[in-house]
Design a protein around this ligand. Sequence first.
Ligand code: G3P
Ligand code: MG
Length: 239
Amino acid sequence: MIYPKIIAHRCGGALTPENTLAGLRLAARLGCRGVEFDAMLAADGVPVLIHDETLDRTTSGRGRVADMDSASLAGVDAGGRHHPAFAVEPLPTLDGALHLCAELGLWANVEIKPSAGQEVETGRIVARHVAAASGAWLLSSFSMSALSAAAEEAQQLPRALLVGAIPEDWRQQMAETGAFALHSSARALTAEALRAVRDAGVPLACYTVNRRSDGERLLAEGVRAIFTDRPDLWLPGEM
Ligand code: G3P
Ligand code: MG
């Protein structure tokens, strides 16, 4: 699978409200080829785009995402907290986001972001929705159970294992989840771990890299892609 080098983190990065369709539209306008976003289940099992388990930080709503059904979430503003200019911006469903990515020609890394205790169900349902949408997709998760459930549901979808620092047993964790790539924290990346992963021919993508000089260095060292909140620091032809 060919990774875009620069991946807009949480849809569009820092310039737009995170995990929104506005973010996807800006990413495409900036010339991004790839985006990343977080998918979690509403109470009725509909996957929606949000990072936190609660609505409070990024939306006009309050409380746990897992306690609200998708009809209630549809009435929440996911834009105004970022900046009043973005009010009122819908909290997207995963299906809506995948549809827009396909329309804009964006490759997407769908991060499976389960609420606590919903790892298996979220992995299974997100994979089912992604498999049903036409486009270029990659699944990832910090949760090994979610990734394994996604693999059972849709074996054909490529999967990456998300980690903070690269653990000692990364080979075993990748084998258990059937992941072909690793996504790790740039800050926690050591030269030793980078060398081991690179020498094994395993694609490595790092988050979250918001200085262009850091991104250039990592890419020169063999990191395949970076997740960034600042895709605007790169020109369309570079991404
Ligand atoms: O998928 C890379 C990155 O998004 C992981 O961290 O917390 O921003 O979802 P987070
Ligand atoms: Mg994420």
